[in-house]
Design a protein. Structure first.
Lengths: 371, 449
């Protein structure tokens, strides 16, 4: 469980930045400083240690160890050293968290500090862990972390969000995960089209525009991107924010004058097409995508691991209806609309390989009918 | 609307000037770390692009890093190379040497660590990092280091000059085995590298542009180079790949070549059983495709015979060689240097069995054929002389051997020069002959010969 603790040294102090400035917030404890110092003596003596035992609010302490980031054996040693103290560490963390949360709720009752109500810890990137505690890379590691160590992961006395790999949530263990943790959410693409892939969905499009505006600073959206340009950006991003911003950035490097035109965006998207060499993907990828695209319901007739692969590689996007907030009540039909649905990434949708794979799937049926 | 590019049939290259301008802009716009890929399949072309970039970014402090040798950790390498110096942009090329072959690249340690360390790059570099890569390497990053790829700010594509690649491929795939044998050690290592790079380039081409035959021909040469370098294991693996691929695609000519080559590798390692099986399959393939009345079929028989000879199964090999000779006689006639080669093999076989008289006759016959067909100033003629001389040496007819060796030496020197190893070897034999003759003169004349 050492990975979790190391995470704490790094991210919790950051999370308390807001509170740090507030002088009325006082929690102290020297357990962590002491334990880190102990760690320093036993483990890090042979390595460069930049700073050790820097004290932070909440009584947490940090150690910057250069080697740690890249040296596997260093990580292993730290892990070993911390392993025996796991429960003690958890206890101490919880002591502080409980105290912190109590003080925050007390303070917020008096409207101070502003916008602070409770502690939520987000552990990002956890879904990208490739190897955990001697388990095989990939799914097995994720299983070990989220299933075997669930008691420790849920032992933190605070709201805590973990990011989970897609393949784990699509394996047979998904139901167990549902039991071990409170709730699982999907982080979908922003819905910018209805399920037919053509009718624009205004709420989602506005959200995308809003994100772009945030990046533009003082420049008005209309002065930076023409309406047509924005349309193209949204259409070909498929509601994937990173792609959206990547295209926007590439369109910027192509533009000579403002506002950036549809032609610039077009070029940015074109260069993305250029990068998708057919050799990047084996033929079955296109077959899987075609099958998924042609299936109107969710009875997807492909192997789960292939489905996960296309999701992970961002060939397939997952959506959840964004307008369902308005649908309430016990109407079964409407409730069903909450289930996720899929659409092929608009970039790949127009590639010849995909179109050919789709044709291949539809043609034999026609022949059958003819016979 | 975005037009569709028909990528499979024809790579439509975007205007490269525009790509260059956008790349320059991307470098200029970056106010901290940003990751840019330049996809270009040829090293010289990469260098040209770098030169052009440096020219256009003339007030930028640019660090150009060439990674000549294999590295395992890009970030570490950058840290050591950059030191505490601050730069406005860092260009890295030569990363190919850190990628294994195209099909294994995605799982390599180098690619996996790239993914692990993705978030640490911005801590080390506060400027754009431009990586120049061939397509297969970029594909490996895409698959093996998806998260690293996802932090990119752009990929810029520059075409390789297809003609150059084509020329190189046809140049290297048409070289004869004997030519490859003549390469110096270092030349051979370089050639292996070049061919491997070409193959990687080839494998990253879209399917329609891949020429199956060319690719496998190139592979044959690569394997031959490994085999000459005594790296039999690697050579065998490559031959096996070729055999598998050609078996599937039913390209029988290449399959036959692959089988024969792999068999010769096994024979070289004294793995006679494996060699015999492969040669037998090659004979089968030849029989099915070209029939029994074809010199290539006869050559296959001769190959198998050579293994039996090594195993001292002289009866079996004699039978095969005689059959081969018969085919040669029927198809290309006796007045042919190829026929002479087989004749030579039969003669050697007789010599091994101690049938010196028959051997002598055959050696002389083949010598005559070669003299008539290729002339006296030919390597094959010299080889024939050599064989004859060896026979005389074994029979302790040193004077005869010496005369023939002298003639052979004259030809070798004329064709390949005094310093060629063959010439030196023959010179060595001449000396041996002379010593033997001297010793013989000193010895008391035996009472009875």
């Amino acid at each position: 469980m050492s990975r979790l603790q190391i995470f704490y040294w790094q991210s919790l102090p950051k999370a308390t930045d807001v509170l740090q400035k507030d002088e009325s917030f006082t929690i102290k404890g020297n357990y962590f400083k002491k334990s880190i110092e102990k760690l320093g003596e036993t483990v890090f003596s042979e390595w460069e240690v930049d700073k050790i035992g820097v004290e932070l609010p909440f009584g947490f302490a940090t150690a910057d160890i250069k080697r740690l980031a890249k040296d596997d054996s260093a990580r292993k040693k730290v892990r070993e050293a911390l392993k025996n103290d796991t429960y003690l560490l958890l206890q101490e963390i919880n002591k502080l968290l409980v105290e912190a949360r109590k003080q925050i709720t007390d303070l917020s009752a008096h409207g101070q500090p502003e916008n602070c109500k409770d502690v939520v810890i987000i552990l990002d990137n956890l879904e990208k862990i490739e190897r955990f505690d001697g388990a095989e890379m990939g799914l097995e590691s994720a299983q070990k972390l989220f299933l075997q160590y669930s008691t420790q992961l849920t032992a933190i006395e605070s709201h805590i969000i973990y990011t989970v790999p897609i393949d784990l949530m699509r394996s047979n263990d998904a139901s167990i995960i549902g039991k071990l943790y409170d709730k699982s959410f999907v982080l979908p693409m922003v819905k910018v089209f209805q399920r037919d892939g053509e009718t624009p969905f205004e709420i989602g499009r506005d959200a995308m525009t809003e994100i772009l505006k945030k990046r533009l600073g003082d420049i008005k959206r209309e002065d930076a991107f023409t309406d047509d340009a924005l349309d193209l950006l949204i259409k070909y991003s498929g509601g994937h924010i990173r792609t959206f911003l990547l295209f926007a950035r590439e369109a910027c490097t192509d533009a000579d004058v403002l506002p950036i035109s549809a032609e610039n965006v077009d070029y940015a998207i074109d260069s993305e097409y250029q990068n998708i060499s057919p050799n990047f993907f084996p033929q079955y990828t296109w077959d899987v995508l075609a099958k998924l695209d042609l299936s109107s319901n969710q009875n997807i007739n492909v192997k789960p691991e292939q489905c996960v692969e296309v999701l992970e590689k961002l060939l397939l996007f997952e959506y959840i209806n964004g307008d369902d907030a308005s649908v309430k009540g016990t109407d079964r039909k409407n409730r069903n609309r909450q289930t996720p649905w899929y659409a092929v990434n608009p970039i790949y949708r127009e590639l010849d390989q995909f179109i050919a794979a789709k044709e291949k799937l539809t043609k034999p049926q026609e022949n059958d009918e003819a016979e | 609307m975005t037009k569709l590019n028909n990528l499979d049939s024809e790579i439509q290259i975007l205007d490269e000037k525009r790509q260059m301008r956008n790349l320059v802009n991307a470098i200029k716009f970056a106010d901290s770390f940003s990751l840019l890929f330049v996809r270009c399949n040829q090293r010289p072309r990469q260098k040209e692009i770098i030169e052009e970039l440096v020219k256009q970014l003339d007030d930028y402090k640019i660090k150009i890093i060439f990674l000549e040798h294999q590295i395992e950790h890009l970030l570490d390498e950058l840290q050591t190379r950059l030191g505490d110096e601050k730069y406005d942009a860092v260009f890295v090329y030569g990363l190919e040497s850190s990628f294994p072959k195209a099909n294994e690249a995605a799982e390599s340690k180098f690619v996996v660590t790239l993914n692990h360390s993705r978030n640490s790059f911005k801590k080390v570099l506060n400027c754009p990092l431009v990586l120049f890569l061939p397509e297969y390497a970029l594909s490996a990053i895409y698959h093996g280091a998806t998260d690293f790829y996802s932090i990119r700010s752009g990929v810029y594509l520059f075409s390789a000059k297809a003609v150059e690649t084509e020329q190189l491929i046809s140049k290297y795939s048409s070289q004869e085995f004997t030519e490859l044998e003549g390469l110096l050690f270092e030349e051979r290592q370089n050639r292996i590298k070049t061919i491997e790079n070409l193959l990687n380039e080839y494998q990253s081409l879209p399917n329609s542009q891949c020429d199956f035959e060319k690719e496998n021909k190139l592979k044959l040469k690569l394997a031959a180079l490994y085999s000459i370098s005594n790296n039999y294991a690697v050579a065998a693996t490559i031959y096996q790949q070729i055999i598998e691929a050609t078996r599937k695609s039913k390209s029988y000519i290449l399959l036959g070549e692959g089988l024969n080559c792999l068999a010769s590798v096994y024979a070289e390692q004294n793995k006679y059983k494996e060699a015999i099986n492969l040669y037998k399959e090659a004979i089968e393939v030849a029989e099915k495709t070209i029939g029994r009345n074809h010199i290539n079929y006869a050559i296959c028989l001769d190959n198998l015979a050579s293994v039996y000879t090594s195993q001292r199964k002289y009866n079996k090999s004699t039978k095969l060689i005689l059959e081969a000779l018969d085919i040669f006689e029927k198809t290309i006639g006796t007045n042919n240097p190829e026929y002479a080669t087989i004749l030579n093999n039969l003669a050697t076989l007789y010599k091994l069995q101690g049938r010196y008289k028959e051997a002598l006759n055959l050696f002389e016959e083949s010598l005559n054929i070669v003299k008539e067909t290729l002339g006296k100033n030919h390597i094959n003629y010299a080889s024939c002389l050599n064989n004859l001389a060896v026979l005389y040496m074994e029979q302790e007819k040193y004077q005869l051997a010496l005369n023939i060796y002298k003639e052979a030496y004259r030809i070798w020197v004329k064709i390949l020069g005094r310093n060629h190893y063959q010439a030196k070897k023959i010179y060595g034999y001449i000396e041996t002959c002379q010593i033997k003759l001297k010793n013989k003169a000193k010895l008391p004349v035996p009472y009875k010969n």
